[in-house]
Write a protein that binds this ligand. Structure first.
Ligand SMILES: NC(=O)c1ccc[n+]([C@@H]2O[C@H](COP(=O)([O-])OP(=O)(O)OC[C@H]3O[C@@H](n4cnc5c(N)ncnc54)[C@H](O)[C@@H]3O)[C@@H](O)[C@H]2O)c1
Length: 301
């Protein structure tokens, strides 16, 4: 008997985390039709080649058009909503783009899911938790990401919405953005290292982050998707490291640069329910990842 094809949509499917998710879905599961919707905002296009049992379709478009972009799709199982403006500091300079994606676009995605009985898996930001919750007001990014969580939960109460909220913590690993305005800290360090330039550390350098490898994040996302608990899951490692300590692991010159707006001093996991409810535990240590990177890329002296 022919197996039914399942349709999955990944918004932001050409971005760092979205492309890693498509890669995992494509390599682990069969009979999938995976549709990526990405408007190219982050200026990096990580596309995956479908294996023979699956189909991957790449649509260039903004989430605010989701209804018309997907009008021919009859039965979508899940939308992994990862297509938003994704960086804190740059959300001041690009606030229009941030509101357009994270506010207007996301509302349309939520409405589309609710109206069509599609489960949404939302890529939430841990920036919401810092400083007893006050950090959600630090930037247009943190604020819009935080309000989307409230919107999803309220939408589920007011109307009808099946959801999982997965919180990500400073994600790094293959496919991350290394150049340009959307690069994040580990990508920036790697780029500086490869170019032989000092690693740029934002002052004071003692700010702490929970650095999580993208393979662990994808593992957590897949668990939340499969278990269908209608919950919120924090997918960090539960270990904080200072940015300066991470920079020192590269064993390379370091240069301090001025403080940036929206910077947080610490990152917090207020609840480790993902371990208890999902059986999730991050496996990869940032120290091991950097050690391997340096070994593979060290220039002969
Ligand atoms: N990387 C992290 O450390 C981290 C931490 C917490 C939360 N997140 C969230 O995870 C998601 C993915 O992050 P990422 O690191 O892969 O970022 P990314 O910038 O690499 O990927 C996001 C992708 O979404 C696309 N996009 C943005 N707005 C869109 C829109 N309106 N319509 C269609 N496509 C759009 C971009 O072009 C990009 O390809 C984001 O929602 C981000 O806020 C990431």
């Amino acid at each position: 008997m022919k197996q039914k094809i399942k349709t999955i949509v990944v918004t932001g499917g050409e971005g760092f985390i979205g492309s890693n998710l498509i890669n995992k879905l494509n390599s682990k599961l069969k009979n999938l039709k995976i549709i990526s919707i990405d408007n190219g905002l982050s200026k990096q296009s990580n596309r995956i080649k479908a294996n023979k049992n699956n189909k991957i379709i790449y649509i260039k478009g903004h989430t605010k058009q989701i209804k018309s972009l997907l009008k021919k799709e009859k039965s979508i199982d899940t939308i992994f909503h990862f297509g938003e403006f994704s960086r804190i500091v740059k959300s001041f300079e690009h606030s229009e783009k941030c509101f357009s994606s994270n506010h207007t676009g996301t509302l349309e995605v939520i409405k589309f899911c609710s109206n069509n009985k599609i489960r949404i898996i939302y890529s939430a930001s841990s920036s919401k938790f810092g400083n007893k919750g006050r950090d959600e007001n630090l930037s247009p990014y943190s604020w819009t990401k935080s309000k989307n969580i409230e919107l999803i939960k309220n939408y589920a109460k007011w109307f009808n919405l099946d959801y999982e909220i997965v919180y990500f913590y400073n994600v790094y690993g293959p496919g991350q953005i290394r150049n340009g305005h959307m690069a994040a800290v580990i990508g920036i360090f790697e780029n500086c290292y490869l170019k032989g330039k000092p690693l740029t550390v934002i002052k004071p350098g003692t700010q702490k982050r929970d650095f999580t490898h993208v393979d662990d994040i994808i593992n957590g996302v897949m668990l939340a998707w499969k278990k269908k608990l209608n919950g919120e899951f924090m997918l960090g490692t539960n270990k904080n490291s200072s940015v300066i300590d991470i920079a020192k692991l590269f064993n390379h010159p370091i240069e301090y640069i001025g403080e940036k707006p929206g910077e947080r001093l610490a990152s917090t996991i207020p609840d480790i329910n993902s371990q208890k409810r999902l059986g999730y535990k991050a496996q990869i240590k940032i120290e091991d990842y950097i050690k391997t990177f340096v070994k593979q890329n060290a220039k002969p002296k």
